[in-house]
Write a protein that binds this ligand. Sequence first.
Ligand SMILES: Nc1ncnc2c1ncn2[C@@H]1O[C@H](COP(=O)(O)OP(=O)(O)O)[C@@H](O)[C@H]1O
Ligand SMILES: [Mg+2]
Length: 553
Amino acid sequence: MPAIQKRGQWEIRLAAAMQQIADWLKTLGMSEYAQRFAENDIDMAVLSHLTDQHLKDLGVSLGHRLKILHAVAQLAGAAPAAPQPAPVTEPKSQDTAERRQVTVMFSDLVGSTALSARMDPEDLREVISAYQKCVAETVRRFGGFVAKYMGDGVLVYFGYPQAHEDDAERAVRAGLELIGAVSSIKSNAPLQTRVGIATGLVVVGDLIGSGSAQEQAVVGETPNLAARLQALAEPNTVVIAESTRKLLGNLFELEDLGTRNLKGIGGPVRAFAALRASSVESRFEAMHSAGLTALIGREEELELLRRRWARAKTGEGQVVLLSGEAGIGKSRLTAALLEAVAAEPHTRLRYFCSPQATDSALYPIIGQMERAAGFAHDDTSQQKLDKLDAVLAQTATAPQDAALFADMLSLTNDGRYPALALDPQQRRQRTLEALLAQTEALTRQSPVLMIFEDAHWADPTSLEVFGRAVGRIEMLRALLLVTFRPEFQPPWIGRPQVTALTLNRLAQRDIDAMIDRVVGNHAIHAGIRRHHRTYRRHSAVRRGDDEGGARGG
Ligand SMILES: Nc1ncnc2c1ncn2[C@@H]1O[C@H](COP(=O)(O)OP(=O)(O)O)[C@@H](O)[C@H]1O
Ligand SMILES: [Mg+2]
């Protein structure tokens, strides 16, 4: 574990100034940015100079940028004079400490006391060490950090030392995965685990020991809460705190466990069991379950998409490559297209890539087919095959192709399909062919709108499938819309049926409209708006470009 270095006096003062910003962000419910603000030396004194672009450069999402700008405007309204230098308060108790939002996971092996009564101490030690190894491997795959082994329990941080935008989600996925992994550890009796997860602001510092004995300790209620929730969990379940739940949108199916009083925790606590990842179609929709705000701007881009769709419907298939930075509005624009064509007869095929599945062959395609068939988590393999058959019957899919799809979905052929004697390479080729044939069959029934989201996370096999689709789409009644971040370079540019569309930042009047909508009746500090405008003019000149982004045919 990397030791936290001792800091000098000025650094302590700096830490205190950053503390203020962290506290302020906390009041906005946006503690996750505290670290990023600190890393970029943004303290209270420079707050009022922050522009939308600055926040964007820091990786703050559009919704959060609007909230922050709104709050800054209110601060400015309260103190309209020039920004005051931040009064430096005395650092809090741990003077080398750092504040972070961390999602803490505590996992424990069930029934270890009973095991110890039955087992030889040597064997028990082996079981516990296998358990700990399993936890460490699982959480590491999800970007978690093992902070401490405590007996047969393991304390894990998500969000420290390394923070991700989706730490809460990673923690819950890791917890769910862990249950399966632990139960498949080979031992005399099947092993079970319990997992507790909580999110909160914690103080991290070098508190205990020195050198290799040093532990990166997290101080605050959160680790204790995670441990208490763990104790409350049934064997092989994951229990999460309200604070974690708030960050998850609709991504997981939860069971409300009601309010509990937990030892050492001030006030009653609401707890939830995380049952499984939900089968929601889109991550974007899961995180906006309360409904979308109206689309602002993007008239030209939406118009272009509608024109491509109109052309595709006539049998001149089209591809649109929609690129733009994280948070710029790719998913929002996609949602607008779906809404615009909702009343027309068509088939929708939506494929979502995931940052956790970049190496998982055909992940977005498997997800699409599972949702289309309507698999439920407790369906038997038999029931799933029945549902798959029902979907495939609509396109009169050949039994050989159905066999390949069942295999792709990891369903065992119960004898209803022909057994295919293929080597892995042949099987792969035939599966890709079958997928294309399936899409083509759909386009003969009605126009098909295919949306392939976040292709920068796509696995290579899926990219091959979509590459082939691009090659064949000209003759089909289909529009393929691919969204991705600029770091991904799709190899399909330059063909007549392919249009590249880059989403740039919104025009100033649109940003004004958004600010007005968020700020409502509050008067916004004129300086901030002006500052925005000036900044944008400069950056537009620097880039040598203009608003809007439609390019290509
Ligand atoms: N033109 C827009 N009008 C209204 N809200 C928008 C617009 N563009 C983006 N948003 C909002 O900003 C946030 C980030 O946009 P999103 O579409 O998720 O970005 P991306 O998919 O490019 O990462 C979402 O909450 C979205 O609803
Ligand atoms: Mg998106």
